[in-house]
Design a protein around this ligand. Structure first.
Ligand SMILES: [Zn+2]
Length: 235
């Protein structure tokens, strides 16, 4: 997508004006309501342009010469000297607040291989390894919506050939009958991750948040050419 700078050159302010005038026809008496309408439309047109710009990654420049970045999450202005982060995963800037709230719906992926257990966190903005390093090209996450308000994240390993050996959903140990039926899977997964249960091949165990706070989507992946059984309890 073309950035504002490419599309409008230095004439960004003029473009705001053009969009505003295209939207509204001024009353002859320029009443105070009309002025309020103009102000609202200027704000809306400016916000539209600012969001366009955030999708490229050029600096946005005001008439005053001030430069700023626009947060991909909330559309707010980021003072990048003191806050915010560039997400190379999504190729956008995001403010600290949006990075933090994205962390609350993170997916957790464990890779168990001959070198041990490796934990990764996946959010809308970043994929990080246990040591905090940014990792790309290992996992891919998307949102699968089942209705306007419901859905779940789906994270898959993309580094190498993998097949999903088991998938489903689980829940915490709340003591209800459903939770009980999930217990054997949870115990298996915890055992594999802790190293107490050995697996015959590299295994990914990936948990993804869903729109139901009490339910977690789970995927277990093994190498595509592995023909054995890793004995995942049904859940
Ligand atoms: Zn934000």
């Amino acid at each position: 997508m073309a950035t504002n700078a490419e599309e409008f050159g230095d004439d960004w302010q003029a473009e705001v004006e053009r969009r505003v005038l295209a939207e509204i026809t001024p009353d002859s008496d320029k009443s105070s309501e009309w002025i309020v309408t103009v102000v609202e439309h200027v704000a809306a047109a400016t916000a539209d342009l600012a969001v366009d710009d955030a999708e490229g990654f050029d600096w946005q420049v005001l008439d005053s010469g001030e430069q700023f970045r626009v947060c991909d999450g909330c559309g707010g202005i980021i003072d990048t000297d003191s806050e915010g982060r560039w997400s190379s995963l999504k190729e956008v800037w995001a403010c600290d607040g949006c990075i933090e709230s994205a962390g609350q719906s993170r997916s957790v992926a464990w890779l168990i291989d001959e070198y041990g257990q490796h934990r990764f966190h996946v959010t809308d903005y970043e994929i990080t390894a246990q040591d905090g390093d940014d990792i790309e090209g290992v996992l891919e996450r998307s949102w699968v919506s089942s209705s306007a308000w419901r859905g779940y994240y789906e994270t898959k390993p993309v580094d190498g050939e993998w097949r999903e050996a088991e998938s489903g959903w689980t829940t915490g140990g709340w003591g209800d009958p459903v939770a009980e039926s999930k217990r054997s899977f949870n115990e298996w997964a915890e055992g594999v991750v802790a190293g107490g249960i050995e697996v015959p091949c590299p295994v990914w165990i990936i948990t993804d948040p869903t729109s139901n706070l009490f339910s977690t989507a789970v995927g277990v992946f093994v190498p595509a050419d592995f023909e054995g059984d890793i004995c995942v309890p049904k859940f």
